[in-house]
Design a protein around this ligand. Structure first.
Ligand code: CA
Length: 233
């Protein structure tokens, strides 16, 4: 069985030792990591890489974690990304919770890494359907992540492992436009030496597998931008 694309996490932390600890432990748990050392870098990376979750330190140089959180929530591209805020003390956690910053969860320092990982998993389960063996559906298409089965209007479809991973990515956020680079990163993995044309080839195969006579094409090609699972052609 092909695993789902690994969830990606953006860690925003200015203290190198803290960053190292988090990255080491989260990588060991199988997550893909992006790292930002200040608020500006965090905003840029969140927009470009579209991580599945952000761990955000409150105390950052220049732009504070709270301000980063607010800005992430204001932009349509990053509004949906779940955020866990790290705070120095539990009283601070209580205080910023009252500020309604838009964070989804709060963990106070010093934290146990195991607890943080548990919170990350819990938040991903809530916000990333399908990572826990659920049924994902869109426009008559059903994808069962635990059984590794896909059907359209009740008819079982045969998909290759790459097409299955592509569809899993698409169906988690219907309507969202994915660039070829983003698809390459999620479906093949950042370190793989794969040509961008390969993405086109596999999207083409997926499109063909999903197509039904008389039904509109569900994969939209957005010229100069990428692809999206979308019936609004
Ligand atoms: Ca800090």
């Amino acid at each position: 069985m092909t695993a789902l694309p690994a969830s990606s996490i953006l860690v925003v932390e200015d203290e190198p030792a803290q960053m190292e600890l988090l990255v080491y432990n989260l990588k060991a748990e199988g997550f893909r990591l992006f790292q930002a050392r200040d608020g500006d870098e965090a905003l840029l990376l969140a927009d470009e890489e579209q991580p599945d979750l952000i761990i955000l330190d409150w105390m950052l140089p220049q732009v504070s974690g709270i301000e980063v959180c607010r800005q992430l929530r204001q932009k349509s591209q990053t509004r949906h990304i779940p955020i866990i805020m790290l705070t120095a003390r539990s009283e601070e956690a209580d205080r910023i919770r009252g500020l309604d910053t838009g964070a989804d969860d709060y963990v106070s320092k010093p934290y146990s890494v195991n607890e943080l990982v548990a919170r990350v998993r819990a938040l991903l389960r809530r916000t990333r359907p399908g990572s826990d063996g659920e049924m994902l559906t869109y426009a008559g298409i059903s994808l069962d992540t635990s059984q590794h089965k896909v059907s359209r209007d009740g008819a079982t479809l045969k998909l290759g492992p790459t097409e299955f991973r592509l569809l899993t990515t698409f169906i988690q956020r219907p309507g969202r436009v994915w660039s070829r680079e983003q698809l390459l990163d999620r479906v093949w993995g950042r370190d793989k030496d794969v040509d961008l044309r390969t993405v086109d080839v596999h999207v083409g195969r997926l499109r063909k597998a999903l197509s039904k006579d008389g039904e509109p094409d569900v994969i939209r090609t957005v010229r100069g931008a990428g692809y999206s699972l979308d019936t609004e052609n």
